[in-house]
Design a protein around this ligand. Structure first.
Ligand code: F3S
Length: 398
């Protein structure tokens, strides 16, 4: 493949993968079962278009099932969301290049909810840190936090160099996190994730104390926060995630090198720390990071039923096209839109140019949005429970 037997694109892909493998001292390549690639112009810029069009123009084809992350705009309603024409044209070039190579056009950061569900132990090549941490931790499949372009090369070649968390020994837990707070609600999982990532960077935490009935959405949000405040590629939750049936299993029979306890006080302090302001007028409530599941849409509909969002506030819910279409087949989309909230699909507040709206303050229940939006879009952020976000949206202020 490297010599060009399978065409120019495969040769270029293998050239990139081989170099990366050499840098990380990988012994060999492993075949991958799927890929998840990035496709937002807001992060890839002109260089990303150049690389993708080069692969696509050399007859590059994705060899394994490959889903794609959100785009930098709602691909159908981008004009309604005030996306500049020139910006949209660049995003559409990225879309066309991915489609030409055979991407599955999910445009969502939750590929595991939309047909890209790897099996336990399977090697994959995924970008999008929130999806990576979910795949490694909750499913037990194996992917490094791929950098832009590497996941494209891996999908074209159908393989990736074996290093990092592809190797069993690098999946060993390193840090003990004892969650002492009880009665955890959805925002608490986000905040636990924030604290773990902020404290331990890219190490592998082992969490105890989470309830046995911790849900998929809670694990999804906790991992996303960890991967964002730190650079966590995987975590273990004892009795919940598959490589942590016991504490000993999670640490592979070894000892931890550090530990923290997270109680109610730590959660409360962290919540305040994440917000950049404590109150005032809000311009936008942004929900759905990572993209809302159907169950999260259902819960939002119940909270918004018979409520009216204040005329000075935008309330945007980010999700995939698939979840939106299910919400439209039920009563939930109607209930949400009757309140004045909008459903935006295939994109999110971080990767799209929301600054065209002139927002100054954003309220959210998602730690990842709260961490990234101030630097990405120069907005003030208030981070609160979803119930408080709805109340503030109705009043127009906190
Ligand atoms: Fe997904 Fe955007 Fe959050 S890509 S994880 S909704 S920042």
């Amino acid at each position: 493949m490297l010599d060009g037997d399978q065409g120019k694109a495969a040769s270029l892909a293998m050239c990139i993968l081989t170099k990366i493998g050499e840098i990380y001292d990988a012994d060999k390549m492993v075949e991958i079962g799927s890929a998840h690639v990035l496709g937002h112009f807001g992060s890839l810029h002109d260089a990303g278009i150049h690389v993708l069009e080069k692969f696509a123009g050399s007859n590059g084809r994705y060899k394994v099932p490959t889903t794609v992350d959100p785009a930098s705009m709602d691909l159908e309603m981008w004009r309604e969301f005030k996306t500049p024409e020139a910006y949209a044209e660049k995003q559409l070039r990225l879309c066309r290049a991915h489609l030409r190579m055979g991407v599955i056009p999910t445009w969502s950061c939750t590929p595991y909810l939309h047909g890209n569900l790897p099996r336990y132990g399977e090697h994959i090549s995924w970008a999008e840190s929130s999806a990576v941490v979910f795949a490694n931790s909750v499913i037990g499949s194996r992917t490094n936090r791929e950098t832009v372009g590497l996941e494209v090369a891996a999908s074209i070649a159908g393989r990736t160099p074996e290093f990092g968390v592809h190797l069993e020994e690098n999946r060993r837990g390193d840090i003990l996190v004892e969650v002492k707070a009880t009665n955890l609600c959805d925002i608490d999982y986000n905040t636990v994730g924030y604290l773990v990532g902020k404290t331990f960077g890219n190490r592998i935490p082992v969490l105890t104390g989470l309830p046995q009935n911790t849900g998929i959405d809670q694990l999804k949000c906790m991992g996303a926060a960890m991967a964002c405040s730190g650079a966590v590629a995987m975590y273990h939750a004892v009795g919940i995630t598959p490589e942590a049936t016991t504490l000993d299993h999670a640490f592979q029979g070894d000892h931890y090198s550090d530990r923290i306890e997270i109680g109610r006080t730590e959660l409360k302090n962290a919540e305040e720390e994440i917000s950049t302001v404590s109150g005032g007028k809000i311009d936008l409530v942004a929900v759905g990071c990572p993209h809302c599941s159907f169950d999260e849409m259902r819960k939002l509909a119940l909270l918004l039923e018979n409520r009216k969002i204040h005329r000075s506030v935008e309330f945007w819910i980010y999700t995939s096209k698939q979840v939106e279409s299910l919400a439209r087949k039920t009563c939930y989309a109607d209930i949400i839109e009757s309140s004045g909230a909008k459903i935006s699909t295939q994109t999110c507040a971080v990767v799209s140019p929301i600054n065209t709206w002139g927002f100054e303050s954003v309220m959210t229940n998602a730690a990842k949005f709260a961490i990234v939006l101030p630097s990405e879009h120069k907005v003030k952020v208030i981070y609160k429970k979803i119930e408080e976000c709805v109340e503030a949206a109705v009043k127009g202020k906190v």
